[in-house]
Design a binder for this molecule. Structure first.
Ligand code: PGA
Length: 256
């Protein structure tokens, strides 16, 4: 049975004290997570050790870095390696977020190297894909996303692919308040699963969690998570407020 995950992506937000309080508030009201359901906090690097410590007693609650470098170590000022994340007790790393693709010029080839580095360090990868508005308007989003997956992931072995969670995040829906409809999300998630199946076979595709991201909130999460191929969400803005994040977690719990 494939996992369901609600992962928060705090982006560049929250002081140390605010992050600590947020995690404390979420954990204080976190409903019991049945097997296969997971919550992840994707925090800025300075929060990672604290968040790992706060969540260490909860087997189904984990911490994600928001980026890692593609090299193992070296003279890369300001960067962090996958092994460093792993050494902090972090289990996941978000790779390929559209903001890093845009502002840090990360392309599919570089993201393939980052994915390799993360897997080599023993991390699980939340790999983001998704199209900009002009691609959606031209109705070529399926080919666009397929190309992103092919160039960044499809060199992996089947065993490695099992460590990948895919997050579909249409860029036009991120932070805009404009969510993909449940039908648009389901269509793309089904397409992604079919593309993974064509490369790796049905069993691996069936086991791959595919999260939706982009203005996902407690109010629209039930409809999105009810889709057969939507296995949870990658949550930006709504992960910064405990009540909002908990509402999305409850929607995941109720969905299957
Ligand atoms: P949003 O961000 O929920 O604020 O739209 C999602 C993301 O970028 O992961």
């Amino acid at each position: 049975m494939r996992k369901q995950i609600v992962a928060g992506n705090w982006k560049m937000n929250l002081s140390i004290a605010e992050g600590k309080q947020l995690v404390q508030d979420v954990l204080a009201q976190l409903p019991e997570l049945s097997s296969g359901k997971h919550v992840v906090f994707g925090t800025p690097h300075i929060h990672l050790c604290q968040t790992v410590d706060q969540t260490k007693d909860q087997a189904q609650v984990s911490v994600a870095g928001q980026n890692c470098h593609h090299e193992v170590s070296g003279a890369y000022t300001g960067e962090i390696s996958a092994a460093m994340l792993q050494s902090a007790g972090v289990q996941y790393v978000i790779i390929g977020h559209s903001e890093r693709r845009m502002y840090n010029h990360e392309d599919n080839a570089l993201l393939a190297k980052k994915t390799d580095a993360a897997l080599a360090a023993g991390l699980q990868v939340i790999f983001c894909c998704g199209e900009p508005l002009e691609i959606r308007d031209a109705d070529t989003q399926n080919a666009y996303v397929e190309h992103q997956l092919q160039e960044s992931l499809f060199h992996l072995s089947a065993e490695q692919m099992a460590q990948i969670t895919i997050a579909y995040e249409p860029i036009w829906a991120i932070g805009t308040g404009r969510t993909a409809s449940a039908a648009q999300a389901q269509d793309m998630h089904q397409h992604i699963r079919a593309v993974v199946a064509a490369k790796y076979g049905a069993a691996i595709a069936d086991d791959t969690a595919i999260l939706y991201g982009g203005s996902c909130k407690a109010s629209n999460a039930p409809e999105l998570f009810a889709c057969a191929d939507v296995d949870g969400g990658l949550i930006g803005g709504a992960s910064l407020v405990a009540a909002d994040f908990l509402g999305i977690i409850r929607a995941m719990i109720a969905s299957r």
